[in-house]
Ligand binder design. Structure first.
Ligand SMILES: Nc1ncnc2c1ncn2[C@@H]1O[C@H](COP(=O)(O)OP(=O)(O)OP(=O)(O)O)[C@@H](O)[C@H]1O
Ligand SMILES: [Mg+2]
Length: 396
């Protein structure tokens, strides 16, 4: 019995479309006898319905039909049912017709009248070719799928390499930053001695001056000078050897008080430049675990920069609030702002846009913030001013 390979129990289906009933019956008989399963239709549309219902391997199609010519019927079948192969039956035997039919997708054409053996033999040939072509098509599909998968893998690999390179670059950046900070520690160790001597002299002279005046204004100014000298001294000590220094860690540091103390040190600039200071403390913030002097330095450095950016006055706003178990501080000034092209450099040690800047303010502030598991970033900057945002974990 003739069957399609792979499905041994089912017969090969053939739809025969011809307007000549005699041919239909005769062909159908020949095919049945040779193990095919024929379906017959005497009109093209009926034939399409049969094809759609039975998905036959082959169609035998008459070239000359009254309602629809065989060529358009052939084209429709090839478009709608690409796996069905079409063998044309034609009474016209010229080459032109043959070429036209083959171009339009016919697999074979058979001249009428035909004899039985010739018909069956030629259909078997078409079936063999069909099997090979369908198999090839399947292989091609698999190949395309494989190529697609390889392409996806390539993209994925490229993405991973890119991510790893970026991570590596970030790590390198951090290494450079910490090397610069280490160099800064080394430099400050050398400088400390040089600075502390003149500081000591300033302190002594001011103390002498205090003994010769009773003027309250002067006494107050001198007291402030001494306080600032002390602060410089403590900063130098800190920079000198932060590991050797015993930090005075308290678990009860009120950040609003630390900020108030830092602002206090700037009262001369605030007064002389008529800077408006707004303390927007929205709550009594939960305490922070830190060394209050070190924490104060963060704000001193931020306020120093804010003062530099507001040489002709302006507004300094400090906002304190709590969010998701963290204490948030926003420090805003109405100064000149940070140019976009330097924004990514400002936390780098020694980076400064000021003629007399050392570029140590922000990296030191950031290092202290990180030490207390906090974060610090520029939230906003424009020619109208800058806002820094800091966050610290609150004590449980
Ligand atoms: N509030 C601000 N407004 C405008 N620019 C700022 C502000 N804060 C920082 N910057 C910019 O960031 C740079 C780095 O600041 P940083 O405090 O680290 O160093 P510096 O102020 O230049 O020098 P130093 O603080 O060591 O004396 C500054 O030179 C300045 O360009
Ligand atoms: Mg600074």
């Amino acid at each position: 019995m003739l069957t399609e390979s792979g499905s041994r129990n089912s017969k090969i289906s053939v739809v025969i479309i011809d307007d000549d009933r005699n041919i239909l019956e005769l062909t159908s008989l020949i095919l049945s006898k040779n193990g095919f399963q024929p379906y017959i239709a005497d009109r093209a549309n009926e034939g399409f319905e049969l094809i759609s219902r039975h998905s036959p391997e082959l169609v035998l199609l008459d070239y000359m039909m009254p309602e629809m010519d065989g060529l358009s019927a052939l084209q429709q079948i090839k478009t709608r049912f690409p796996d069905t192969y079409v063998v044309m039956l034609t009474g016209k035997g010229n080459e032109e017709v043959a070429v036209e039919l083959m171009k339009s997708g016919a697999s074979e054409y058979i001249l009428k009248p035909f004899n039985n053996n010739n018909l069956v033999e030629r259909l078997k040939n078409v079936l063999r070719i069909r099997e090979i072509e369908l198999h090839n098509r399947e292989l091609q599909k698999q190949q395309e799928q494989l190529l697609f998968e390889i392409e996806q893998w390539n993209l994925e690999l490229q993405k991973r390499v890119r991510e790893k390179s970026e991570a590596l670059q970030n790590v390198q950046g951090e290494i450079i930053q910490s090397e610069k900070l280490a160099a800064m520690g080394y430099l400050s160790a050398g400088m400390a001695h040089e600075i502390r001597n003149p500081l000591n002299s300033i302190s002594l002279f001011v103390q002498l001056m205090r003994q010769t005046t009773t003027e309250p204004d002067q006494l107050e100014h001198q007291a402030k000078i001494l306080k600032e000298v002390d602060r410089i001294d403590s900063i130098i000590r800190k920079l000198l050897d932060s590991s050797r220094r015993n930090r005075v860690i308290s678990s009860n540091v009120q950040i609003d008080q630390v900020i108030d103390n830092a602002i206090e040190a700037f009262s001369p600039q605030i007064e002389s430049r008529k800077i408006q200071v707004d303390r927007l403390y929205h709550c009594i913030p939960p305490p922070i675990t830190a060394d209050p002097t070190e924490l104060g330095q963060i704000f001193t450095n931020l306020f120093l920069n804010a003062m530099d950016a507001m040489s002709r006055g302006g507004r300094l706003a400090i906002e304190v609030f709590e969010k998701d178990g963290r204490v948030v501080v926003r420090v805003s000034d109405s100064g000149t702002g940070i140019a976009e092209d330097v924004l990514s450099n400002i936390f780098e040690p020694f980076f400064s846009t000021k003629s007399r800047g050392t570029g140590m303010g922000l990296p030191v502030a950031q290092r202290i913030t990180r030490m207390y598991e906090g974060s610090m970033e520029v939230e906003y900057s424009s020619p109208e001013g800058t806002t820094f945002r800091l966050e610290f974990p609150a004590c449980q």
